[in-house]
Design a protein around this ligand. Structure first.
Ligand code: DCP
Ligand code: MG
Length: 354
């Protein structure tokens, strides 16, 4: 059995605009094109949704529905940066992360790197970390496959967390409107409804062959989905850029010597990991998060590859000093190595392209 989490940011572009421009908060905000120039809505804040505004609607119509709405242009570069922050968080929990767009991803946490006892607690921790890091909320669906996890993440938006267990799965799918199935867009939905298929339960009456005659290759997915079954795996296309280890402390650390000792421990872990994975690197980064959640990183790049643990350890004190930790309370420390190559001297990035 797999433990799958689907994470989807709430009103993503609009939430970013409300975060960065306090004057937009609690107001109907529409991100998209120009209403005067046949622009289209990319997304809108939950305040704007109350007026019936939604993605892909003409901005001119949105303006008629809510004349007070604030129209803003998208800032893709900012969204991309935040998307990367979110992904880094996800990858710190599992290597199996499959992004679907800038604001959503599937995670397979069956073998979570930072285990908290249950996938629901892992989802909670990820949501929490996303909020601490970006100031934005996400919704999570927790289930035993991708199909159900994705529907679950949409059930309690915004800032929701919904668990659907393997036991609940088949009954849950029965009552599901057919248009909610991932991959069934408006055209297929109409086609299904014309055949009398309105819910998952209606779909149960159809054999694979009957479905294939009408829907072709995707029929198998429909057939199994109707039974709450989805065997698709979470596909990660990650190119590893760094290898690292970090720790959040139950109590903040104030003593510099203690910080350095912790960094040494983390460096040893990283070194062992590099060794097992047969990876070399040149850049050493120390990450420090203070009690006010401000995070700083300080890095040093060596002339050649790291060849001994001491190459990493030797940099820690100076990097810690550069992070200006003196007199401050530290809640997290991390060590990472980047500019990676394999022992054979081939770039990891090149390897993944082979
Ligand atoms: N997007 C877009 N055009 C669309 C749909 C979406 O440009 N037709 C962009 C803007 C969204 C982002 O993609 O912010 C994510 O899409 P979602 O469908 O996840 O929508 P939101 O995150 O905005 O809202 P929700 O809270 O419903 O997830
Ligand atoms: Mg979203």
């Amino acid at each position: 059995m797999q433990d799958i989490i689907h994470i989807d940011m709430d009103a993503f572009y609009a939430a970013v605009e409300q975060r960065d421009f306090p004057q937009y908060r609690n107001k109907p905000v529409v991100v998209g094109g120009d209403p005067e120039k046949r622009g289209v809505v990319a997304t809108c804040s939950y305040e704007a949704r109350k007026f019936g505004i939604h993605s892909a609607m003409a901005c001119a119509r949105a303006q008629r529905l809510c004349p007070k709405a604030i129209f803003v242009r998208p800032r893709f570069e900012v969204y991309r940066q935040i998307s990367q922050q979110i992904r880094d968080i996800m990858f710190s929990y599992t290597d199996l992360v499959e992004p679907l767009s800038l604001d959503e991803a599937y995670l397979d946490v069956t073998h979570c790197k930072r285990s908290f006892g249950s996938p629901t607690l892992v989802a909670k921790a990820i949501k929490n970390e996303i909020f601490q890091t970006t100031g934005l909320t996400a919704s999570a669906g927790v289930s035993y496959n991708k199909f159900i996890a994705k529907i679950a993440s949409d059930m309690d938006k915004p800032n929701g967390l919904t668990l659907i267990t393997e036991k609940q799965g088949p009954e849950f799918v029965k009552q599901l409107p057919i248009g909610k199935f991932h991959g069934i867009g408006p055209a297929t939905e109409t086609k299904m409804q014309d055949l009398g298929i309105y819910t998952g339960e209606d779909l149960l009456a159809w054999s694979i062959d009957e479905l294939k005659a009408i829907f072709g290759k995707v029929s198998e997915y429909y057939y199994y989905a109707a039974r709450g079954v989805d065997r698709r795996e979470v596909m990660s296309h990650r190119q590893r850029k760094s290898i690292g280890s970090e720790q959040t402390f139950s109590e903040d650390i104030k003593d510099e010597k203690e910080m350095l000792a912790k960094l040494q421990e983390l460096a040893t872990e990283v070194w062992q990991d590099m060794h097992t994975k047969n990876i070399c690197g040149r850049t050493i980064t120390v990450k420090v998060k203070f009690d006010n959640f401000v995070q700083v990183t300080r890095a040093a790049t060596l002339a050649g590859n790291i060849s001994r643990l001491e190459d990493i350890s030797g940099q820690l004190e100076e990097l810690l000093n550069k992070a200006e930790v003196r007199g401050r309370h530290v809640r997290l420390l991390g060590v990472a190595v980047s500019k990676l190559t394999t022992k054979e001297g081939v770039d990891e990035e090149q390897l993944t392209l082979l």
